[in-house]
Design a protein around this ligand. Structure first.
Ligand code: CLR
Length: 790
């Protein structure tokens, strides 16, 4: 049977994917060393490459497009934040969808806890620990099989279903309908009812895998926990075969035959079935051919990149990762080049620029990419970038000057936007004569604020600190501190489309808000790893933090794990509160469906008194589509004995309510967004003011202030190309400065210094050395030897 052979081949190629020695399998990447706790495990993670599917030599045989059999059984699923550990859940993989329930019974009554389309997921496996991670961007499943055998079965089945589902997508619904109906019929054990396949094939097609023993053991039969009951029942395989298979050992070189057989297509005899089969085959072949050519090109490029990379191994992991990131942006290549965010995703493009300078006038990262990529691959990389860029062009035309009532007081961004949109449109091909590669791309992905300015936004609800300082009861005070800690996350709702500018080393940003009673100063104190330190003081409080974070990239979503602590002292009571930050996950980081979610637990302690502590949980949303607990936050204030004194809760984007206060009330709710915020980067009123540069302020600022950053100003004014070139220049200049300073053994810090002080977790803390405001006052920055950072 020809198609059977092709299916076998495919299986083998999938299987060999797991063999280290196989030439077809090259571990696509290892997870970032900074992101996975156990180093032993890191190198064993492999991203599964969809492009390794092959037809028989000659390419005559169509790839298998039959609905793969259902696979069901128990797997361990990692608990959702904030809970740790694994729980046993019953999974059913059917017609390209993986769903799970608490147990087998729940499946039968249709009580599903979650489901995902496996074709949309990036699959990462760790065969040593039997782990499979699936990341669709919205949903992230961390799964573990109890044994190698089960792992390989699930792995193979998942691959088969992913391929099937992809083919189904490619058939604009033909197969989907087919899959849906047939899948159900398969479950019911009746394929003939779909009208797709003749009843003669029922036996072959119902080769579903039930990886669990049935509830009641059949009389006289003892079920092994790994019994493939239905397979056995079909007489295809005995559990002894499974356990005696020499291939299923500690390091399993290939998938056993019974698994291959699961992938075999049926013999289609009905004319209707044949027609569908033929259609599928033709289209699949076309898809396969193009994927193969893409794969080939990418392999060549990888070879080239490796050659370039090897001699320059100073930042090798970064550079390759960055290039991979670029390649990863392409939809077709997403599983071939898997990004490793070994240090920082956020800075990836910047550091790509850092490596080489080309005198062509093109932004360096583009020139560099062009020089190492073939023309085919260049567009491969540019197109998805263009898609990212194009997010602007889907926005409504910005209002004209006269339409914006308070335009006088705010900066005018309408013209800027039009220009930015023009740039995006030209990249999207609406102005075909413009060379895509010559249009600056990364800069329009930025919002015109730097991370130092964005950090200042955490003070938008500083009135909560004022209230805390005027609240005598320590437990109630804690409620306000907690509300303040939560309020800092609220900007995420509207700020997922652009990234802030990466501050250069020594860059500063001050924000004096007499109306709010605070003065804020921040400085970029370290470039690698990036650390931004900030300090705000007012008569009621002091606030400081040094922001640093690690990244975990799962294939489609990026988790930001901040490591620094936030500190607040209250002047009236001498309290010193310290708390950690939660994980922020950028779901669908590379697509327009990008959104941010915060999850994890915050513990606020008062270092000056142990009267009370506070625990806040940012609840991870249960699953995509269910809005019931989206952005949910719950918290408690506990006394010394651990008894709950206050309870509060709500949504971080809508407000926090506390009903245990003397009068139950909403302790915080976000300010309404300005009406035109969607076309102004999702900025709040507070954010709109951050980059304001009133003429009377200019002479008071040091040259290092973010407001004076020319590339950012250019972007804001719509001069995208200039901004791009300027950004290149600034980063190059930074590199030179750093080299120069390294030679002299110096650092650039002038506002903050890393004291020997440690936070409660033993990390160094960056504290202000108090010079900034003194110098500003007297003699003023214009009168001192000021740093030149751009
Ligand atoms: C342009 C596309 C490709 C990427 C957009 C990435 C954006 C959404 C990312 C880049 C850097 C990220 C920020 C980096 C650090 C922090 C500190 C953390 O405590 C809260 C989240 C916050 C503030 C992140 C929010 C999301 C963020 C702004």
């Amino acid at each position: 049977m020809e198609s059977y052979g092709s299916s076998l081949n495919r299986s083998q190629s999938l299987a060999s994917g797991l063999e280290k020695s196989s030439p077809k399998w090259k571990p696509s990447h290892s997870r970032s060393s900074s992101t996975v706790s156990s180093r032993q495990v890191i190198k064993d993670w492999e991203v599964i490459d969809d492009l390794q599917v092959e037809t028989q030599p000659g390419g005559e045989n169509p790839p298998d497009t039959t609905i793969p059999g259902i696979c069901e059984g128990y797997l361990l699923k990692r608990r959702k934040w904030p809970l740790k550990g694994w729980h046993k859940r019953y999974f059913v993989l059917e017609a390209g969808y993986l769903r799970y329930s608490k147990n087998q019974h729940d499946v039968t009554i249709g009580r599903v806890q979650g489901s995902l389309d496996v074709s949309l997921a990036v699959m990462t496996v760790n065969k040593k620990s039997n782990r499979i991670d699936l990341d669709t961007g919205d949903i992230l499943y961390h799964l573990k099989a109890k044994s190698h055998e089960l792992f390989y079965i699930w792995f193979t089945k998942l691959q088969a279903h992913r391929l099937y589902k992809k083919a189904a997508h490619g058939h604009s619904g033909i197969l989907l309908t087919h899959g849906g109906a047939a899948g159900q019929a398969q479950r019911n054990g009746d394929l003939s009812s779909t009208g797709m396949l003749p009843s003669a094939n029922t036996a072959v097609n119902s080769k579903n895998l039930l990886l669990e023993k049935p509830k009641k053991p059949r009389s006289g039969k003892i079920w092994h926990s790994r019994t493939l009951s239905r397979v056995e029942a079909l007489g295809k395989l005995s559990s002894s075969h499974l356990s005696s298979s020499p291939q299923l050992g500690a390091s399993v070189p290939s998938i056993p035959d019974y698994v291959y057989s699961q992938l075999s297509p049926p013999t289609v005899t009905s004319p209707e079935g044949k027609k569908v089969h033929q259609d599928i085959c033709t289209i699949s072949l076309r898809v396969l051919a193009s994927l193969k050519s893409v794969h080939e090109t990418l392999s060549q490029e990888r070879q080239k990149l490796q050659e370039i990379w090897e001699p320059n191994n100073i930042h090798q992991s970064n550079t390759l990762a960055e290039v991979r990131f670029m390649l990863h942006l392409s939809p077709g290549s997403s599983r071939t080049y898997s990004p490793v965010f070994s240090s920082s995703f956020y800075f990836s493009m910047d550091s790509l620029q850092r490596r080489h300078t080309y005198p062509t006038g093109l932004p360096q990262w583009q020139t560099r990419l062009q020089s190492i990529l073939t023309p085919a691959l260049t567009s491969f990389v540019m197109v998805p970038l263009r898609c990212l860029m194009n997010q602007d062009s889907v926005m409504e035309a910005p209002p004209t000057l006269s339409q914006r009532k308070d335009m006088e007081s705010k900066r005018c961004r309408s013209q800027e936007h039009r220009l930015a949109n023009d740039a995006a449109r030209s990249m999207s091909g609406q102005q075909p004569r413009k060379d895509l590669a010559r249009v600056s791309m990364p800069v329009p992905l930025n919002e015109p604020v730097t991370l130092l300015q964005r950090l200042c936004e955490e003070l938008e609800y500083s009135e909560l600190l004022d209230t805390a300082n005027n609240t005598p009861d320590p437990y109630q005070r804690m409620v306000y501190i907690a509300a303040f800690a939560i309020s800092g996350y609220s900007t995420a709702t509207f700020r997922n489309r652009y990234k802030p500018f990466n501050p250069v080393l020594g860059e500063t940003y001050e924000c004096v808000r007499e109306d709010r009673g605070f003065s804020y100063i921040s400085e970029q104190v370290c470039h690698h790893p990036p650390i931004s330190a900030c300090h705000a003081h007012s008569e009621n409080y002091s606030f400081w933090q040094d922001q640093r974070w690690k990244n975990k990239f799962w294939g489609k979503s990026l988790e930001i794990l901040p490591t620094g602590m936030v500190n607040v002292t209250l002047s009236r009571y001498g309290d010193h509160y310290e708390w950690n930050k939660v994980v922020t996950c950028i779901h669908n980081v590379l697509s327009q469906q990008r959104y941010l979610e915060h999850y994890g637990e915050v513990t606020i302690s008062n270092l000056k008194s142990n009267v009370c502590t506070c625990k806040i949980t940012f609840v991870k949303s249960r699953y995509w589509g269910s809005d019931t607990n989206k952005n949910e936050v719950q918290g408690t204030v506990l006394d010394q004995s651990g008894s709950i004194i206050h309870r509060f809760g709500g949504l971080w984007h809508e407000g926090i309510f506390c009903d245990t206060l003397p009068t139950p009330k909403c302790v915080w709710k976000p300010n309404p967004q300005p009406k035109d915020h969607l076309i102004y980067y999702g900025f709040s009123d507070f954010a709109m003011d951050l980059n304001e540069l009133p003429p009377d302020l200019t002479p008071l600022l040091p040259l290092t202030d973010s407001r004076l950053r020319p590339d950012q100003r250019m972007l804001e004014e719509g001069n995208v190309d200039e901004a791009e070139a300027k950004k290149d220049f600034i980063e190059e200049y930074q590199r030179e400065r750093r080299k120069e300073l390294a030679k002299r053994g110096k650092n650039i810090f002038h506002v903050f210094s890393s004291k020997k002080a440690k936070d409660s977790c033993g990390r160094d803390v960056w504290l202000t050395n108090g010079t900034y405001w003194k110098v500003r006052e007297n003699p003023g920055f214009t009168n001192v030897d000021n740093l030149t950072v751009w």
